[in-house]
Ligand binder design. Structure first.
Ligand SMILES: Cc1ncc(COP(=O)(O)O)c(C=O)c1O
Length: 405
């Protein structure tokens, strides 16, 4: 196995994280509590949202944002519109929240849901559009919001890959009714495993807090994190206290964040600007240097009304070239560059979705990218010399491919 010169992700563990983790261990305070609440407040401030609810993964964040819709009138089996191309978690979250995903193809130029294809799939059962800012590229939110307003739909942003992304002057993660971020290790802010839901609605946040803790009745900010060891003085009288622990108002989940995870997150939050800026510089450098390969390989561009969130560098092998995606990936890997495929068309290239009855050809762009896309890391430990190495490796590969065919 080659040791990777450009691994896909990295983790920045700060001194503050170490101190906080040690403090938790020393005090034996490990399950969700004060640090989780502090992390939520700081994360909400960072992105510009009123409320934040931390959970165990980005998938749980997507799922809980969707599950709130049951309190807002949605019925089991109602439909949620999602892009066909994403990490499979987006589709899984819809199903696990009790809804039916209705997939829409993506645009090749942006990798994101094609807004012109949304209206034709809206039915009486459609409740929300869940957009994904794939590879940090902001979705065309003006168009999405116009459709949502016209048909009275909720908008949920899957912002798992969109830290630091800006659309027309506004931070991605503040543009829908909810947004969901992943805090997994490959992401800008990490808690190891984790996720967080943002919303401006206090009512939705209370439902989210209940949902992450089995649907418990006590939802107020002050006590919910420690609900298993306490009771809600705000809502329940002395007489009722005995039962509150097992009082459930809705069908919930068990996906709280713990103190050790929050401790890691609080440390990295301090490096947020530094990490985002370094990653963005790397991403733009890669986009620019890739223009020389445009006969063979395509990548996206940053428009002047946006800032791409620097999650990773995506590129797609063009049609009629003298090599395959898999040959290029293998060459990159042999040269110590950790290359990943650019996901799959969820409904037609992920086996678990066969039961929905979609067939190959239904989502030509998502399927093309699923067969021909690659992404590699742009993280804070990648430097200019690594980018030179990457570009030279691609150059070498193309030269070889051209002479061998
Ligand atoms: C677009 C998207 N949504 C959701 C997720 C799920 O996040 P997690 O792995 O934290 O569950 C990911 C993971 O990276 C993702 O890329």
């Amino acid at each position: 196995m080659v040791e990777m010169r450009i691994p896909f992700g990295t983790v920045s563990i700060t001194e503050k994280s170490r101190e906080l983790v040690q403090d938790c261990l020393d005090k034996g305070r490990i399950s969700s509590g004060r640090l989780v609440r502090e992390f939520e407040e700081k994360f909400a401030d960072l992105i510009g949202s009123k409320e934040a609810v931390a959970v165990s993964s980005g998938t749980d964040a997507d799922m809980l944002a969707l599950a709130v819709l049951h309190d807002l009138g949605a019925k089991r089996g109602d439909e949620i519109i999602v892009p066909a191309l994403s990490f499979v978690a987006t589709g899984n979250a819809v199903l696990h929240a009790g809804f039916t995903p209705v997939f829409v193809d993506v645009e090749r130029e942006t990798l994101n849901i094609d807004p012109t294809k949304i209206e034709s799939v809206i039915t009486e059962r459609t409740k929300a559009i869940m957009v994904v800012h794939l590879m940090g590229k902001p979705v065309a939110m003006d168009e999405i919001k116009e459709i949502a307003e016209k048909y009275n739909l909720y908008v949920i942003e899957d912002a798992a890959e969109a830290y630091g992304a800006v659309y027309k002057g506004k931070n991605i993660g503040t543009l829908g009714n909810f947004s969901a971020f992943s805090l997994y290790v490959a992401h800008v802010i990490t808690t190891g495993e984790g996720g967080i839901v943002l919303t401006d609605s206090e009512q939705y946040a209370e439902i989210l807090r209940s949902l992450r803790s089995h649907g418990r009745a006590c939802k107020c900010k002050q006590c919910v994190s420690n609900i298993t060891s306490g009771y809600c003085e705000k809502r329940f009288s002395d007489k009722e206290r005995g039962d509150i622990r097992f009082h459930f108002e809705r069908v919930g989940y068990s996906c709280k964040m713990n103190e050790l995870e929050a401790a890691l997150g609080l440390g990295t939050l301090e490096l947020y600007d530094e990490i985002v800026n370094k990653r963005h510089t790397n991403l733009i450098m890669m986009i620019e240097r890739f223009q020389q390969f445009s006969e063979y390989l395509w990548t996206y561009q940053e428009e002047d009304y946006e800032r791409i969130g620097p999650h990773a560098f995506p590129f797609v092998v063009k049609e009629n070239v003298p090599f395959t995606r898999d040959e290029l990936m293998l060459f990159l890997e042999k040269n110590a560059i950790d290359a990943r495929t650019l996901f799959s068309s969820i409904p037609t290239q992920c086996g678990g979705y066969e039961f929905l009855g979609y067939k190959i050809g239904d989502f030509p762009n998502a399927e093309y990218i699923g067969r021909n896309g690659i992404h590699i890391g742009v993280h804070q430990d990648v430097n200019e010399a690594d980018i030179d190495w990457f570009v030279e490796t691609v150059e070498k590969f193309l030269k070889k491919a051209k002479t061998e065919r």
